[in-house]
Ligand binder design. Structure first.
Ligand code: NAP
Length: 240
């Protein structure tokens, strides 16, 4: 059996390891935008396919038995591309999405990064964890200061109201509390990424009574369903 995993997440790496351990030939695909990515076990390819047609061409050529979309819940373009290419080629698609974080009391849920920015006010000191590419949405807000944490440094000059701290999970509660205290942060802006690796920031923000602004996930393409755990993905692939 051969499986193509669209990856870039901890779950994708865990799935690759489980499949390789069961004797499945696995190719993991990474977008190739992070420096020094954590590499899964098995074969790895990097870089975009060139839209749904490019992915469909790859599937036609390599004929994997199953295509697994285990990309980040906010990687909406790749997910749409996977759905379209699977439909076009008849390759079976399994979508693996870890569950989102449960909504806490007083938390503000917003549908987009722009809506999150609209919740901020002059004087706010914001812990921003929505990714380096989201900086332009926020950095122009007058009177707002940001501690922006990302895996890699933002491209181009960083505005004066933004302090960048580089980091890659897992994060622990003590570290997150220390960051909040050190920078006197009053607001957390995060995507509803879900998962354990980056959850400590939410616990820390609640303990310190920060305002929580959580960007909701983009919906799955119409007609698509997902599984939430590696074990369920293995079962759907047929090797669980
Ligand atoms: P996206 O907006 O949905 O994808 C943009 C384009 O990047 C896709 O159209 C595709 O190019 C290429 N791409 C994305 N994921 C790919 C993969 N696994 N393999 C090959 N090409 C891929 O996605 P994104 O938000 O930029 O995320 C890119 C990667 O980073 C994903 O692997 C995702 O799991 C990971 N990641 C994303 C986030 C986040 O917050 N979005 C957080 C952590 C990790 P083509 O159209 O040319 O095929």
């Amino acid at each position: 059996m051969r499986v193509l995993i669209l990856g870039g997440t901890a779950e994708a790496r865990a799935l690759a390891a489980e499949l390789v351990g069961r004797g499945v030939r696995v190719t993991s695909s990474l977008a190739g935008r992070v420096n020094n990515p954590r590499l899964p076990i098995g074969e790895v390819r990097e870089g975009g396919f060139g839209g749904p047609a490019g992915l469909a061409a790859w599937l036609e050529r390599e004929r994997p038995d199953v295509l697994v979309d285990a990309t980040h819940p906010f990687a909406a373009r790749m997910t749409a591309s996977a759905a379209e290419a699977a439909r076009a080629t008849g390759v079976r698609l399994v979508v693996l999405r870890r569950p989102g974080w449960p909504e806490g009391p007083g938390e503000v849920r917003v549908p987009s990064l722009e809506a999150a920015a609209a919740e901020l006010a002059p004087g706010d000191r914001v812990f921003l964890t929505t990714g380096r590419r989201s900086l332009p949405v926020f950095a122009g807000l007058p009177g707002v200061w940001f501690l922006a944490r990302s895996v890699d440094a933002p491209e181009g000059p960083v505005p004066g109201n933004v302090h960048v701290v580089l980091g890659r999970g897992p994060y622990d509660l003590d570290g997150e509390l220390a960051l909040i205290d050190q920078h006197r942060l009053g607001v957390l802006v995060t995507k509803d990424s879900g998962g354990e690796l980056t959850k400590a920031k939410l616990t820390a923000a609640r303990q310190r009574r920060l305002k929580l602004i959580v960007v909701e996930r983009p919906p799955l393409p119409r007609g698509l369903t997902c599984v939430e755990t590696v074990a369920d993905a293995l079962r759907d692939i047929g090797v669980g």
